[in-house]
Design a protein around this ligand. Sequence first.
Ligand code: GDP
Length: 471
Amino acid sequence: MDGSRLAAGGVADFAAGLVNPSLRLGVTGLSRAGKTVFITALVNALLNGGRFPAFEALSGGRITRAYLEPQPDDDLPRFAYEQHARALTGDDRHWPESTSRISQLRIAVEYTPSGLISRSFGRGKLHIDIVDYPGEWLLDLPLLRMSYPEWSAATIAASRAAPRLAHAAEFHEVLAGLDPGGSADELAAIRAAEVFTAYLARCRRDDVSLSSLPPGRFLMPGDYKGSPLLAFAPLDIAPGTELHKGSLGGLMERRYRSYVSGIVKPFFYGHFARLDRQIVLVDALTALNAGAAAVKDLEQALTGILACFRQGPNALLSTLFGRRIDRVLFAATKADLLHHSSHDRLENILKLIVGEAMTRAEFQGADVDAAALAAVRATREATVRQNGETLECILGTPLAGEAIGATQFDGATEAAIFPGDLPKDPRKALDGSLEGSLKFVRFRPPLRKDGGWPHIRLDRTMQFLLGDRFR
Ligand code: GDP
């Protein structure tokens, strides 16, 4: 059933692709990783150009026209590009509203092919369908293969170990009062779900920064906010426990199953499995600053994400009409929070984390790479001499209310900040030794004097994700 649904989508995509070549680009990442800003900057680059030396089709002048078109899928909301671009460029410039659900945007790009033979066939045209979705949803993949008692046991065991234990006191207190064999009390189920969700949110906070916290819709409900499909929580039971109808455990189990079959499966088969390329945005700097546990958790989350892209006979994305993800890029965002001397280092740290995740996920198939970027660069650089020492600083306008130590920023004054350095040896970053050593503030988006938006390495990213399709 699931396979045939997927095949039906694949046939439709395949048939459409013969007439109009298209590329479905998935953009994902955990909440606040930078998806909205990335897509807005990418679309702006294609529509309006700018300085993108490493994106050959654009820098070589071969992109002749680009425009937005009605999107192909009527069941997906449209990515609000115009609204987000206005937020970034208006008088009161501010960061756009973040991703909270899936959305889509289609951009048509006309270009002059580079090859002699293809050029003689005239102009080329490529439809790029960008699909933006919360990375939290990808981390639900393992649930497809887990029963409710298995998931409960694993989730509770994790909550009883560091670093999650420190954030689980209230959840454990409520859990201790729940009897899986007792009667199915709706209010008890709702209360348990609320306390469990609050525990997950605590694990996600900036200073804790854990990544791997399924079920994904609990932190990113999308259109399911308040739905009974999310009114369940794990119970303190062993993996093989049988739960009876009419009991609290039975109710939780039924809801868990509805969640998996009604939300997780349709997302994977209806949207995820139809992507051609994927970029996974990662807020690696926050994880590095939060310490070893957060870095380990990030690695675990990336392993889970890579498992979604694994190819092979038993993999989720098996061969279907040539539609399979052939390139995956992991990108550490907000590189403009560091001096350029640390950009390569950030890239190398992410490469190391991804490399280990690939080994653990026994990954093979798509081309995988890692990069560091700032889709919209909010800072410049400056060298500051202080007490005889030379510090490589970044310069920008911190948002009102941001602070470093006793210094409070007002949202209007520029400041030079020494954010700290990343180590030359990427392995040194993974042991937690950077904990608390980096100084970040949120800067206002840059004030632009010309049309192009400043960025760091967005052109390289575009070349990896799109470059070969403009040949
Ligand atoms: P999403 O939840 O993944 O959609 O994340 P957003 O794209 O909304 O980004 C979350 C926040 O990260 C923004 O509000 C900005 O404060 C910050 N951010 C995102 N991209 C950049 C960037 O390129 N540079 C800087 N300095 N901050 C960024």
